[in-house]
Design a protein around this ligand. Structure first.
Ligand SMILES: [Zn+2]
Length: 234
């Protein structure tokens, strides 16, 4: 069983779509390597047709817990406050929002697809902007699943846990990352990939290097490169 989706399989998924909108969704998830929430948040104003870039916004909400007695920050699993030693049944929750924007390149072919889609009136008005997709997260998931099924793609195996999983929007992000590291896994290339994916830590990006198997292969090949290992004859 495979661990990730191959670029040719993404093409099969695109061909299995019935609507330009669905084809564009699959295309953007793969070519931008963005998160599903990021793809659904892209508006017409985020696309720069001259520079061939897309600005992506990553919105993350984190729940922070505080002790209601002394205000000490609490971990999610804490039973007692490390500040005052009291029980934390009445922890105060505060939601913290983090917004990070990044501008990434997009290929000309996908830009043309976007242009056609916008010209056909596919976009959806939301407040003061026009969203590319007027889809819910659930519907977007469904589209990706359905197209993977129609394209005849099987289940995947999580290379870290061995768990079997279906093809979801995040697997297209993985497919992009693995495709990139297989082509070039130098430090410079990994840093560009980190920026493109919007990873805060390079450690997260380096996981893809491991997934692609290149790291392990290189290590193994090096074992035999230093000197020829000959079997001991009698
Ligand atoms: Zn306390």
């Amino acid at each position: 069983m495979k661990a990730y989706v191959e670029p040719e399989e993404v093409t099969l998924m695109e061909k299995a779509t019935s609507y330009l909108r669905d084809r564009l969704l699959i295309r953007l998830l793969f070519r931008l390597g963005c998160r599903i929430s990021e793809a659904l948040g892209i508006s017409v104003g985020d696309i720069d047709f001259n520079q061939a870039t897309v600005t992506i916004e990553h919105l993350k909400t984190r729940l922070k817990l505080y002790c209601s007695q002394c205000g000490t920050r609490l971990s999610r699993t804490a039973k007692f406050c490390p500040g005052c030693g009291g029980g934390v049944e009445k922890a105060v929750a505060e939601e913290k929002e983090h917004r990070r924007r990044r501008t990434v390149p997009i290929d000309r072919d996908t830009l043309e697809m976007l242009r056609e889609y916008i010209d056909r009136g596919g976009t959806v008005g939301a407040n003061d902007k026009r969203l590319i997709f007027g889809l819910s997260r659930g519907r977007a998931w469904q589209i990706v699943r359905e197209c993977a099924g129609r394209a005849g793609l099987g289940q995947l195996v999580n290379p870290e846990t061995g768990e079997v999983r279906g093809i979801s929007p995040h697997r297209l992000r993985d497919a992009f990352a693995v495709h990139a590291v297989k082509l070039d896994d130098s430090g410079d290339s990994l840093r560009l990939l980190q920026e493109h994916l919007g990873h805060q830590s390079i450690t997260t990006t380096m996981r893809y290097r491991k997934i692609s198997g290149e790291e392990q292969k290189e290590w193994y090949e090096k074992l035999w490169k230093t000197k020829e290992v000959k079997p001991d004859g009698p």
